[in-house]
Write a protein that binds this ligand. Structure first.
Ligand SMILES: *[C@@H]1O[C@H](CO)[C@@H](O)[C@H](O)[C@H]1NC(C)=O
Ligand SMILES: [Mn+2]
Length: 486
């Protein structure tokens, strides 16, 4: 059976294929240095000069990539993505980069999703940036806070972007490593930022004015005067963004009348809501998700189909793509859905801590089987390399999977390093604090590490179904914030 999405893609598949062959993927593999933005962030100061590799990753221009490599001559003209949304998005990226270099960064608002970069973050940011730039006089661009090469680690994003006729080489998207300057510098130059799908800006955006927040996580009290400022516990942040867009769109007096919303954007919105709500499964979503999805569907090219049918099929196609991670290495599994930042500790004499969370749908045993030696020790070695690269002090790998009996199991793997911001004594103490905070909150079962795990490495399992990163992260963050260095 030809799937729903693939049938839509068929029309463009050939063209896209030719484009790839002709242009090649002349995009460089960006160094992970971009993740290390915060590496030099000490308690109160951040010096651009202290992290040259990270700086090098923020120098994109119209003619060159961040690596300094020249963009292909047809970079801006190639019609790789053939949709209206792709065209608008590429033109916006072009005009943002050229305005920056012409000293007009202050005219721009950057709309950003979270650094995990899932379909919800991506779609919410694109949708709101589209709305802002068509309904107001301000210039707005969507920023994906993942590096370019991490986009392809999420097969469901790739499928949804393909279906929305976006460019296969992502020429039409602005990723974190494609910024023309370091976020800390950019933050002070631009008009401001709008957060979607996360409640507080990453520390690298500290100097920016938060103009708006639309989110479905819990409110952390940031930017009380932001407008819009929306927090609602719905399945998908895209639901909230789309509702506000439609409300404001429909309220535009005639003339000038409604601006054009490309069907590709509407379909991307439906895709994001479908995957986050498991096809509008009532157990996973709210009536707000369903109402907004219906309003969006009515405007889309699929308006003559039923909401249930469309959402089921989108969820099935995207879900299948999402689950197919069999080709990913451990390193890619860790960075595929990584959320991390520097957490400021309350005690002035205690160093700030770079804390990161990976989220995967693969059991630790399955991951171990992907290491060459098939040992837990080898797994920790890969993990250690990854956290060394991004300069994380504390990392948690959260796995969710079904065991052989079909029971849902969650695993928490905790490691604390002693070589970045803290020494061995401090790391021991921090490890104990975080372990205690977790054990107080959940009935955790320790995995026997035998000789495989060394100090400050722990693996727990638990059966608390709802306790994913949304629940675990605030618990660990609180423990880190309150930690006092011995
Ligand atoms: C680690 O750092 C703390 C705080 O600076 C210091 O008191 C302690 O002696 C250090 N421990 C080691 C083993 O270096
Ligand atoms: Mn979300």
């Amino acid at each position: 059976m030809v799937s729903f999405l693939s049938s839509i893609r068929q029309a463009t598949a050939l063209l896209g294929l030719c484009a790839v062959v002709v242009h090649g993927r002349a995009l460089p593999l960006i160094s992970e240095a971009v993740f290390a933005v915060q590496d030099a962030a000490s308690q109160s100061t951040f010096s651009l000069a202290t992290s040259p590799p990270a700086d090098a990753a923020y120098s994109a221009s119209l003619t060159s990539f961040v690596s300094g490599l020249a963009r292909p001559l047809d970079y801006w003209t190639a019609e790789e993505g053939v949709g209206h949304l792709s065209e608008w998005s590429k033109a916006t990226k072009h005009s943002f980069l050229s305005d920056y270099h012409a000293g007009r960064a202050h005219e721009w608002t950057i709309v950003m999703g979270n650094e995990g970069g899932d379909l919800d973050s991506l779609t919410a940011a694109l949708t709101w940036a589209y709305h802002l730039s068509h309904s107001t006089s301000s210039k707005a661009i969507a920023l994906l806070q993942t590096p370019l090469d991490a986009l392809d680690l999420r097969p469901e994003n790739k499928l949804a972007l393909d279906s929305a006729k976006m460019s296969s080489g992502h020429r039409d998207l602005l990723t974190i490593d494609e910024l023309p300057a370091h976020p800390r510098a950019l933050a002070k130059e631009i008009q401001g930022i709008v957060l979607v799908d996360h409640p507080l800006p990453l520390s690298r955006w500290e100097g920016a004015k938060v103009l708006g927040i639309i989110d479905h996580h819990s409110d952390r009290g940031v930017a009380p005067d932001a407008d819009p400022r929306v927090f609602e516990p719905v399945a998908s942040c895209t639901t909230l963004v789309a509702r506000l867009m439609l409300d404001e769109l429909e309220a535009i007096p005639n003339p000038p009348g409604e601006y054009h919303v490309p069907h590709e954007l509407l379909e991307l919105v439906l895709s994001a809501i479908a995957i986050d709500s498991d096809g509008l499964n009532p157990k996973k979503s709210t009536s707000v998700d369903a109402d907004v999805a219906q309003r969006v569907l009515d405007r889309s090219n699929w308006h003559d189909r039923s909401l249930g049918e469309v959402m089921d099929r989108l969820d099935k196609d995207l879900g299948e793509a999402k689950r197919d991670l069999s080709h990913l290495s451990i390193r890619d599994l860790l960075r595929r859905d990584w959320k991390g930042d520097v957490v400021a500790t309350l005690d002035p004499a205690t160093p700030d801590i770079h804390l990161g969370f990976a989220s995967t749908p693969v059991s630790l045993d399955d991951q171990i089987a992907r290491t060459p030696e098939r040992t837990l020790k080898a797994w920790f070695k890969v993990e250690r390399r990854w956290t060394a690269e991004i300069h994380a002090d504390v990392s948690l790998c959260l796995n969710k999977f079904k065991d052989r009996k079909g029971n849902k199991v969650r695993e928490i793997v905790l490691t604390v390093r002693e070589d970045h911001r803290v020494n061995a004594t401090q790391a021991d103490s921090l490890f104990r604090e975080i372990s205690r905070a977790l054990e107080e909150r959940f009935p955790l079962k320790k995995r026997n590490l035998r000789n495989e795990g060394k100090g400050r490495q722990m693996v727990w399992t638990h059966g608390e179904k709802s306790a994913g990163r949304k629940v675990v992260r605030p618990i660990v963050e609180r423990a880190v914030k309150n930690w006092v260095s011995p």
